[in-house]
Write a protein that binds this ligand. Sequence first.
Ligand code: ATP
Ligand code: MG
Length: 584
Amino acid sequence: MEEQERSLNFIEQIVEKDLAEGVNNGRIQTRFPPEPNGYLHIGHVKAICMDFGIAEKYNGVCNLRFDDTNPAKEDTEYVDTIERDIRWLGFKWGKIFYASDYFDALYDLAIRFIKEGKAYVDEQTAEQIAEQKGTPTEAGTNSPYRDRPVEENLRLFQAMQNGEIEEGKMVLRAKIDMANPNMHFRDPIMYRIITSHPHHRTGRKWNVYPMYDFAHGQSDYFEGVTHSICTLEFEVHRPLYDYFLDQITGENFAGLSPYGPDYRPKQREFNRLNITYTVMSKRKMLQLVKEGLVAGWDDPRMPTVCGLRRRGYTATSIREFMDKIGYTKVEGMIDQGLLEHTIREDLKETAPRVCAIFDPVKLVITNYPEGQTETLVAENIDGHPELGTREMTFGRELWIERGDFLEQADNKFYRLSPGGREVRLKASYIIQATGCEKDADGNITTVYATYDPDTKSGTEGGNRKTKATINWVECSSALDAEARLYDRLFAVENPSAEEGDFRDLLNPDSLIVKNIKIEGSLRSELNLSAQRSATDNGLSSANEVVNYNHYQLLKQGYFVVDPDTTAEHLVLNRTCSLKDNYLK
Ligand code: ATP
Ligand code: MG
């Protein structure tokens, strides 16, 4: 794909300004902070391309940080797949961190906040706390526990951590300002109790876990992040992010970062990615997976990275897509057609072409010797001999598309019809239909034709022009295959904006399975799959991605071999059709 000059996005502009002003001595450090509670989706990739992209472009480093502060939802399965998917996208992190690495440091900070009168233990219910929040125009109400003595707060917080207090019975809140116009300042929760689930890394060591707002900025700070880039919904959290950092930097410097009292990470926000006809929430995706409404996280209809990969998307095309949509401060919805356009442009250049017949009818070439076959050579991509060739078996009996023959046709029909025009069989000979045979119900069972041996493609006679070229597959060498034709997962453009249950909005025709005939050259895929028998769903034992081959099935679309393929059974997923509606 051609490199296009593009202007700097607004985050790059901020970074260049910081560099020019010598902020942080020119050090650039970002992080990608997924919560390991689900698989990465294409929305995350937008953040990944930003976080890793900034580090790559400005000689900085991007670390991977698992934001693992909620043991009830997190798991190492997710940690592994997140790492694998980032590698597959082609990015390299500096180090791997976990928010749980900082549980001790954060706990100590919480104690410090309590001692400084900046935090208190509240034993109201979540509902009571919510009721007291007020509204953006109305001040909230102070908790009756707000002015507990420091000693009591220390004792209770300790009791929370010791497992002496039941989940949900107490929280630690920052004592800030219940009348602040920014609702996030109205005594936000710093810590909650979770005893119902062990943590995937720290086990049962902790009974209290920090909330996002208390964990994220400090984690950035401990690591030395300079630009903490996230999505726009965190913009309203930014003052709180800064508030917590104010308490431990500058004149309050607590020595928790190697970069000195003046170093401060800065949060910056860009617009989330939303794509039509899909959902991008891990909670909803998990529900689809758990309820069997899709075949798994890597179902080719899912917007997950592993789903897109299995659908046939390449890492290059996904990154190209991110480049195309860019980064702004305006929320919007991206047409799924643009994503398809991007992969189509990629595969157009690379995917070998093969013949496949989706609705087969038999064609007998009556003047071709019985029992004989011959091998023809066809270019993988027409007009690109440098991209290689493949062998096609030709013989007396072929499969062709039912729709390519009409018993009675007018002269606008350019394909096969008895007494009609000459038609070229793709990359082989010119034929002319002579008749057909039907069953008792009048369905055509066999088409008859004659061929002209002097018209073989690649020879002089091959230059003879016809109005139409049709696809074919030789019967004795043909392979039966399963083609999975995928369409958009949801029937409506923005399922998240609709009333009612999102599951009722699924597209009932998002998967159609067809049994097709495909040319024998694809037998190589069966052999490959036999060699891959030890792999599981496209993953090698080393947790690396196995790449499957892409093909253009002529006139049908771009397809990729599916990991369900066995030594006997070829399965192909349609990545996208050939028709590009996006450019219209
Ligand atoms: P979800 O709502 O699906 O659970 P999340 O935002 O909670 O997603 P995280 O694992 O916390 O998921 O996200 C990690 C990073 O990816 C965050 O910086 C977040 O801003 C970013 N991110 C998540 N979804 C999108 C999206 N749709 N577009 C761009 N960035 C996203
Ligand atoms: Mg999140």
